[in-house]
Design a binder for this molecule. Structure first.
Ligand code: NAD
Length: 498
């Protein structure tokens, strides 16, 4: 049955023991330096545990172990049918341990426990299951050569691949990467964000239990400038797949250029427009999703619809409906199963978001809902759902990614103006639009420079659709079979038949 009430989750928290070391070559180990860092819960400020702070030497050991097992072929040359079995078993183990994993995620980064279980852990298990099921159904190609030869075009794993991930969906973002990486036969070195390392560390032993050979999945907690940079610059890492900010994404391009030209794929920031026309099929549904899209996960979502573009004549009516969603989504204790909005990830992020709220007010936008830090006596980090009205697209709050529960509302007259505002951004991760007119929707969708365009919804089609960004939102796609392109390379083998 699992934990059901706040008391259940609190009791489970009190009984938890935390895995807090690096996982290298199939074993938990301290960082070579012996250094650790404090893992603080943003729910109430309590120190959960001390976590190994990995650095260059640990990265060298992990990459060495990953390379050794890759060359030995015990995973890289294993049949797809066997890899499938291991990944399906891992998916099962994740579901079997979903309470514990969800609790670790909630304690570590403050998301509501109900969502950690239903959205995050279900999604994590689904990723391993999906790529496991897919991998023994993919065929290679024969080239259309003339009859004197046979041209085989095959896909091979890249080798040792690094995954550096953020804290907003800690295990889910990791799973989006390592499930296709492992399915394709690679060895992996994963670095979770320093704000949220606990679930990735725990996953490592579940992978061994599922039958993954030692050394194939290594997990290195630590900081970006040290462990993250060392993976990015390593001469024996063949590819790096990064999810995080655009600023750090650019560092990885530089690290690759300075080192071995490793393949770099990036899932970075967003400032997604949500365009609502007066002829939207259902304004209540549009408002509900507009609110959920920015307040879900306390706005710490790369595809959050953070710019609401509403057609002038319905703005006041529509904004009232979105405000009602914000009023409903007040932050509360994330361990309470009825909580819809939890805390920010840490104090730094709280201060960053409050700084943006101040900047918006200074630039002349009007706070129409929220705007304040709340629940301070909990010792945690909470910000109210916040809505700005009268925003202009050249304001800081319309141009920069806030990564918090802060919505900027703008208006437009006609489709041309909506597209112009929507595309006036360095980002291009997602755009949404609401209209009853299918022709208008298709025409606008073609003009929007975004990796995903959602029409009459804000959620997209899930992991079966490629996911990634135009412009400075990234390079490459997660999700769907296309993700495998990032973790394999093509080999052309030509046989002369005479
Ligand atoms: P971040 O860029 O600060 O950190 C991401 C990861 O990079 C962490 O593991 C961090 O330790 C590491 N890192 C930081 N500095 C580094 C450096 N100098 N060298 C190497 N590694 C370094 O991002 P964040 O604050 O953890 O996450 C928020 C960002 O992630 C937002 O911009 C958000 O939009 C983005 N994000 C994007 C997607 C997507 O799919 N496009 C999904 C989730 C989050």
């Amino acid at each position: 049955m699992g934990a059901q009430t706040l008391e259940d989750w609190e009791k489970m928290r009190d009984d938890l023991t935390f895995r807090n070391q690096a996982f290298i070559d199939g074993k938990y180990t301290d960082a070579a330096s012996g250094e650790t860092f404090e893992c603080v819960s943003p729910i109430d400020g309590r120190v959960l545990t001390q976590v190994a702070a990995c650095d260059v030497e640990d990265v060298n050991r992990a990459v060495g172990a990953a390379r050794k097992v890759f060359d030995a072929g015990s995973w890289s040359e294993e049949s797809p049918a066997v890899r499938k079995k291991v990944l399906l078993k891992l998916a099962q183990l994740i579901l079997g341990n979903a309470d514990e994993l969800a609790l670790l995620e909630t304690l570590d980064m403050g998301k509501p426990i109900s969502l950690a279980k239903t959205v995050d852990m279900t999604g994590v298990a689904n990723s391993f299951q999906w790529y496991g099921e897919a991998i023994d159904k993919i065929y290679d190609e024969i080239a259309p050569t003339d009859k004197s030869g046979l041209g085989l075009i095959t896909r091979e794993p890249l080798g040792v691949v690094g995954a550096v991930v953020p804290w907003n969906f800690p295990l889910l973002m990791a799973a989006w990467k390592i499930a296709p990486m492992l399915a394709a036969g690679n060895s992996v070195v994963l670095k979770p964000a320093e704000q949220s390392p606990l679930t990735a560390i725990r996953l490592a032993e579940l992978a061994i239990e599922a039958g993954l050979p030692e050394g194939v999945l290594n997990v290195l907690p630590g900081f970006g400038e040290t462990a993250g940079q060392a993976i990015g610059r390593h001469m024996d890492v063949d590819a790096i797949s990064f999810t995080g900010s655009t600023e750090v994404g650019k560092y990885f391009l530089k690290y690759a250029g300075d080192s071995n030209m490793k393949v770099v794929s990036l899932e970075c920031g967003g400032k997604s427009p949500n365009i609502v026309f007066g002829d939207a099929p259902n304004l209540d549904a549009a408002a509900q999703q507009a609110g959920m899209s920015i307040f879900f996960n306390s706005g710490q979502v790369c595809v959050a619809s953070s710019r609401l573009l509403v057609q002038e004549d319905i703005k006041d009516e529509f904004l009232e409906k979105v405000k009602a969603v914000g009023q409903f989504m007040q932050p509360n204790n994330p361990l309470d199963p009825s909580t819809m909005m939890g805390s920010m990830v840490d104090k730094t992020q709280t201060e960053r978001v409050l700084g943006y709220i101040e900047a918006g007010e200074k630039e002349g936008a009007k706070v129409s809902l929220g705007g304040k830090q709340v629940r301070q006596n909990s010792g945690g980090e909470y910000i109210e759902p916040t809505i700005f009205d009268n925003v202009k697209n050249d304001m800081k709050i319309a141009q920069e990614e806030i990564f918090g529960p802060v919505l900027s509302t703008l208006t437009f007259k006609d489709p041309e103006e909506a597209v112009k505002i929507a595309n006036d951004s360095i980002y291009g991760l997602q755009a949404c639009l609401w209209t009853n007119d299918l022709t208008k929707a298709h025409k606008i969708a073609r003009k929007l420079r975004a990796g995903t365009v959602n029409i009459n919804n804000t959620n997209g089609g899930g992991n079966v659709m490629p996911f990634g960004g135009y412009k400075q939102s990234g390079i490459g796609r997660d999700g769907s079979l296309h993700a495998l392109e990032k973790y394999t390379q093509l080999k052309s083998t030509y046989i002369h038949l005479g």
